[in-house]
Design a protein around this ligand. Structure first.
Ligand code: PLP
Length: 427
């Protein structure tokens, strides 16, 4: 149903009246196992010769509907949901990487992703090379013959940075490796990485896709466009896979090879499965995604512009401001807006910021983003407090910097709240 517009697809893609009851909304299949018609049916399912439900660690009807919806919105061939955004990142790399392989990643990433890539993936024998993705020559130079992917965020936390996805896709393509884009902060409403040449898209569905702070979830979407058999770089997809009795995934499943591998091996053996209740909440959220993102962006533009003109504020990093160094890239690649997450620096430094987060009334002081509620955090005293001042500055989380995730409240109320809190904080 890809000929329909985004607003139609966000409501209908993946969902059809329930075959058992006619229920119009997709039911929550709070179910673990599915009865085989007979022994032959069971064998065909386990051989992946027939698609169906076996056990909910692998597939579940509610989760499957969400997978189809997100794949359709992103313009992908298939998608695999998983238990969190971080799980999605591991699930994206898992079919590509062997011990000794590396991934070239942007320095501008969600803080948790920096830790996952710089520390935890070493346990699998993988490594990450961090590069400034505005330096295209450096990205090219960092790719070696053990590099199996290039990874970046479309719009990057803590705000203000936009990746030139077509340029990164061209570099990955020339090297014969996939570009993976974390599209969490943009959502497919503001950015379609696959249309710009990305092979894989990952999301933390915890954020805007669900949109109201009720779910932890993630998803990996595959474009279906990558030729896994063009080189010997991706044996798990192109060669007989020992973890699935020698099945050749690419030869057998074509453009669904990555998705089938993610379910049949990734979910089967890593077990980072999304639960059906969470899938249901995320589907409800996605029904209003375009409406919410339009308002998130409108509100963020208003609040950022107000802050930029306030004398108690040093600077605002929001690519949606004409003063942003990324204004031209925003206009070219993100015409519907650049999201609703940004930082600003308060005159008065660390002490003023701590007072500010304690004084706001509508904004909630939490370590989350992409909620209907407006959120605020002072990274230097919370998420980034283990880092040195130099590391904090490099991450855009210096002592005087506060991060906002602008919600769906009345923007005048948000501005009034920041106004009163800034008065107290800088008194
Ligand atoms: C939150 C977030 C993640 C991690 O997602 P979880 O659902 O918290 O595991 C990854 N990338 C970005 C950009 C995020 O904002």
């Amino acid at each position: 149903m890809t000929e329909y517009g985004f607003d139609t697809l966000q409501i209908h893609a993946g969902a059809r009246p329930d075959p058992a009851t006619g229920a119009r909304q997709t039911p929550i299949y709070q179910t673990t196992a599915y009865v085989f018609r007979d022994a032959d049916h069971a064998a065909a399912l386990f051989n992946l010769q027939e698609v169906g439900y076996i056990y909910s660690r692998l597939t579940n009807p509610t989760v499957a509907a969400l997978q189809e919806r997100v794949a359709t919105l992103e313009g992908g061939a298939g998608a695999v949901c998983c238990s969190s955004g971080h799980a999605a990142q591991i699930m994206a790399l898992f079919p590509l990487m062997m011990p000794g392989d590396n991934v070239v990643v942007s320095t501008r990433l969600y803080g948790g992703s920096i830790t996952q890539f710089s520390q935890t993936i070493k346990r699998f024998g993988w490594s990450a090379t961090f590069i400034d993705f505005d330096d295209t020559d450096a990205v090219k130079a960092a790719i070696d013959d053990r590099t199996k992917a290039v990874f970046c965020e479309s719009i990057s936390n803590p705000g203000g940075y936009l990746t030139d996805i077509p340029a990164m896709a061209a570099i990955a393509d020339a090297a014969g490796i996939p570009l993976i884009v974390d599209n969490t902060l943009a959502t497919p409403y503001l950015c379609k990485p696959i249309e710009m040449g990305a092979t894989l898209v990952v999301h933390s569905m915890t954020k805007y896709l669900t949109g109201n702070g009720t779910v932890t979830g993630g998803v990996v979407v595959d474009s279906g466009n990558f030729n896994w058999s063009a080189s010997d770089k991706f044996p798990s997809l192109s060669q007989p896979e020992p973890a699935y009795h020698g099945l050749k995934f690419h030869e057998t499943f074509g453009n669904l090879a990555f998705t089938f591998h993610g379910i049949a091996i990734g979910l089967r053996d890593l077990g980072m499965t999304l639960n059906p209740q969470a899938a249901h909440y995320t589907m409800l959220g996605i029904e209003t995604l375009s409406l919410r993102m339009q308002r998130h962006v409108e509100n963020a533009v208003k609040v950022a512009a107000w802050l930029e003109n306030d004398e108690r504020v040093d600077y605002v990093t929001y690519a949606g401001l004409p003063s942003s160094p990324y204004a031209a890239r925003a206009a070219a690649l993100y015409p519907k807006g650049v999201g609703a997450l940004f930082t600003f620096a308060v005159k008065g430094g660390y002490e003023a910021c701590v007072k500010l987060v304690d004084t706001v009334q509508i904004f909630s002081h939490v370590a989350n983003l992409g909620d209907t509620r407006s959120l605020i955090i002072h990274s230097a005293s919370t998420t980034h407090r283990q880092l040195t001042p130099e590391q904090q500055d490099a991450a855009g989380a210096g002592a005087s910097v506060v991060r906002l995730s602008i919600g769906l409240e009345d923007p005048d109320d948000l501005i009034r709240d920041l106004d009163q809190a800034l008065s107290v904080a800088t008194a």
